[in-house]
Design a binder for this molecule. Structure first.
Ligand code: ATP
Ligand code: MG
Ligand code: MG
Length: 558
């Protein structure tokens, strides 16, 4: 903590503690609505809420903000719990706003009794019209002056199910002339005859966000209620309820939501991508969901590191997804073993003519030069190896340090070879290269005295394992698909989907790779010169599948 300056939320918490508020207690909550999977924006909120409590020896509740029966589901509840744990956090209490329905209902009756809430029969359109515009005062509803008794009776009948959806609402009686539109008699209860995933059919009226969130904070004695900037204008209402209902004074603090380039971050839009099958599911590795990012090969440590680096801001901004990629790259550079894979459906076969037929050698290749403790592995070498088609050019330009006719190159961890002959089929396509190796050039005991500029990766043909490799790119082709077009017109974000966000290729990989990843002893790997990859859940015994997490920043020896 001493290493960096405090962010503005820590400063507020410090002031509160210094002022003796809440006996120095810090209690936060993470309040997802279970209507979708968590995304990287939520990760920021999770790291912030849990991180703050950790820092001050406090606690964090996981609270499901499940006040909308129509959009919520237990599938989402389970995925959210799983994702929070995976990110490395454990909550103090698991709570549900729906557990407070009776208490929140009583708060509403108490407001009515104080003359601070009324039942309104106006339609949604009429209520919107009454609210007017920010520059002029609103108009009171004709139902605003109903008596306490009439309001109580109507509200109880709303609860009893006497009215259809939309027939009536309960509104807080705040101030129809307030310059803050949120205070112009906001709706706090609505009728919804819908089955709730936890309370079943017990209720047919449900509290609105503004009459559930702060009330839940108060019930749980949350000291600091952190939310995103769009709720800043709701804060006066949050505080009005605390005052009028004499609730525990939780303090709402707003911070900037995380937006990332080349993706969208609203659950509604993500859900559309899933439902309209633009992606394979919530955990499609191109999705900004925690489940997608995890499947893509990101570690929880890299996500926490990312959230740490972006910090806490008071203004909305758009963070370059390159920073997220940087965080995982930096980690995997240190931790991921480097193996060889030839990503080519029709790789180039190289026949080493002076290497005896049937001979095999085991090469010891170090797993990670950044990490000596990672040791070495056995890599079989034989007379025939596959290389990338790109690593050979028949007519190379100057400074091409890979293979060309008459040229020499080192096969990584093995021998220096020379290209003697190019074999083509009738159509003129190169089908193999006939080469010779320098026996004295074996890696580790090279006495050949030959210096070659290029080193390329390879896989022994008889030992190669075929795999499917999924090369992911950005899901959208523009930086901010949620923004309007340059002329200020709204755009359909789905028209901005990158048509080339997934390329599936066949590959030939080292046998050790498949063995180790399948046994679970290896998760993230580097394919030398190609990028970082992870075994995907779609793998079968016949065909392992690898997802590209991120490309390498720089290839070596290119
Ligand atoms: P979405 O717009 O994606 O549906 P939401 O805010 O409606 O998000 P909730 O489930 O209500 O989703 O969010 C739970 C918590 O996560 C809230 O406290 C919310 O402020 C926070 N959160 C959501 N999105 C972001 C984001 N992009 N950056 C930071 N915090 C976020
Ligand atoms: Mg929300
Ligand atoms: Mg939302």
């Amino acid at each position: 903590r001493a290493e960096r300056s405090l962010n503005f939320i820590e400063q507020i918490v410090d002031e509160d503690i210094a002022a003796g508020k809440n006996g120095g207690r810090v209690h936060t909550r993470f309040p997802p609505e279970p209507n979708g999977y968590l995304h990287i924006g939520h990760a920021k909120s999770i790291c912030l809420n849990f991180g703050l409590a950790d820092e001050y020896g406090g606690q964090t509740n996981l609270r499901f903000d499940d006040t909308n029966p129509v959009t919520e589901d237990t599938e989402y509840v389970d995925s959210i719990k799983n994702d929070v744990r995976w990110l490395g956090f454990e909550w103090e209490n698991e709570f549900y706003a729906s557990n407070y329905f009776e208490q929140i209902y009583q708060f509403a009756e108490s407001l009515i009794q104080k003359g601070l809430a009324y039942v309104d029969d106006s339609t949604a359109e009429e209520i919107a019209a009454q609210k007017g515009t920010p520059t002029e005062p609103g108009r009171p509803s004709q139902y605003r002056d109903r008596s306490v008794d009439e309001n109580l009776d109507l509200f109880r009948r709303m609860r009893a199910g006497d009215y259809p959806d939309g027939a009536k609402v309960l509104r807080a009686k705040v101030d129809m002339a307030s310059p803050n539109m949120q205070l112009r008699d906001p709706i706090i209860y609505r009728i919804k005859h819908a089955h709730h995933h936890r309370t079943g059919d017990a209720w047919c009226i449900y509290p609105m966000y503004d009459f559930a969130h702060g009330q839940s904070d108060a019930i749980e004695h949350i000291t600091h209620s952190l939310c995103t900037l769009e709720f800043e204008v709701h804060r006066p209402l949050y505080e009005w309820f605390i005052q009028k209902l004499d609730l525990f004074p939780s303090r709402q603090i707003e911070f900037a939501r995380l937006n990332l380039t080349y993706t969208v971050m609203s659950k509604r839009k993500l859900k559309q991508l899933v439902e309209e099958k633009h992606v394979s599911g919530w955990d499609d590795p191109r999705m900004p969901t925690i489940a997608g990012i995890r499947r893509r090969g990101y570690t929880s440590a890299s996500i926490r590191e990312f959230c740490d680096r972006i910090g806490i801001a008071k203004r909305d901004n758009l963070i370059d997804v390159g920073l997220l990629e940087f965080c995982i790259r930096e980690e995997l550079n240190r931790t991921a073993p480097r193996l060889m894979a030839v990503l080519d459906e029709k790789p180039l076969k190289l026949v080493i003519t002076n290497y005896e037929l049937g001979r095999e050698e085991i090469m010891q290749i170090e797993n990670n030069p950044e990490d000596p403790s990672a040791g070495a592995r056995d890599v079989p070498f034989s007379r025939e190896v596959y290389i990338e088609r790109d690593d050979f050019m028949e007519n190379p330009p100057k400074k091409f340090f890979r293979l060309f006719p008459g040229g020499m190159v080192r096969l990584k961890g093995a021998y220096i070879i020379k290209c003697d002959e190019v074999v083509k089929d009738n159509a003129g396509e190169i089908i193999e290269l006939r080469c010779s190796y320098i026996p004295e050039s074996r890696s580790g005991s090279d006495t050949s005295g030959i210096n070659v500029k290029g080193t390329i990766h390879w896989v022994s043909v008889p030992h190669a394992v075929e795999a499917e490799v999924r090369l992911y790119d950005r899901l959208f082709s523009v930086e901010n698909p949620a923004a309007d077009d340059p002329e200020g017109r709204p755009r359909d974000f789905k028209e901005l989907i990158n048509p080339n966000s997934l390329e599936t290729v066949r590959a030939f990989v080292e046998p050790a790779l498949v063995k180790a990843t399948r046994s679970g002893s290896l998760t993230n790997v580097q394919f030398m010169r190609k990028g970082y990859f992870i075994l995907d859940q779609d793998s079968t015994d016949a065909l392992p599948v690898f997802n590209r997490t991120v490309t390498l920043k720089d290839g070596w020896a290119k």
